[in-house]
Unconditional design. Structure first.
Length: 113
């Protein structure tokens, strides 16, 4: 069975749960000008989405990070290291991409439900 947790957009889900796996995506709710601040905000959104889907960051399996300036990856890493569950570190990748408007970071995670 697939469960979709709707977002404010009719054509998108905030999270999807299928066969015990949760997938969720987040960008920062606020558009702070610094990557570190947006990363912290986006990670907080991820955490809320996971809780809403009945899981926690300790159960994250993979994380895909998209940032607008790969030269600022250290700033993302600083936010990640403060937030991540060190006892259950997920597989993680980070790539530089063009994001829309004022978005500096977008995060996609999969987790066990």
């Amino acid at each position: 069975m697939t469960q979709r947790i709707p977002s404010i957009f009719r054509t998108r889900s905030r999270s999807v749960i299928h066969d015990g796996i949760v997938t969720t995506v987040a960008v920062a709710d606020t558009k702070a000008p610094q990557l570190y601040d947006q990363a912290r905000d986006a990670l907080a959104v991820i955490e809320r989405n996971l809780v809403e889907a009945g899981t926690t960051k300790a159960r994250i399996l993979t994380a895909m990070i998209y940032i607008t300036d790969i030269q600022q990856k250290a700033e993302f890493n600083r936010a990640w290291d403060e937030w991540a569950d060190r006892e259950n570190p997920p597989l993680r990748a980070c790539v530089g991409v063009a994001l829309e408007a004022d978005d500096l970071v977008e995060i996609v995670v999969t987790a066990q439900a």
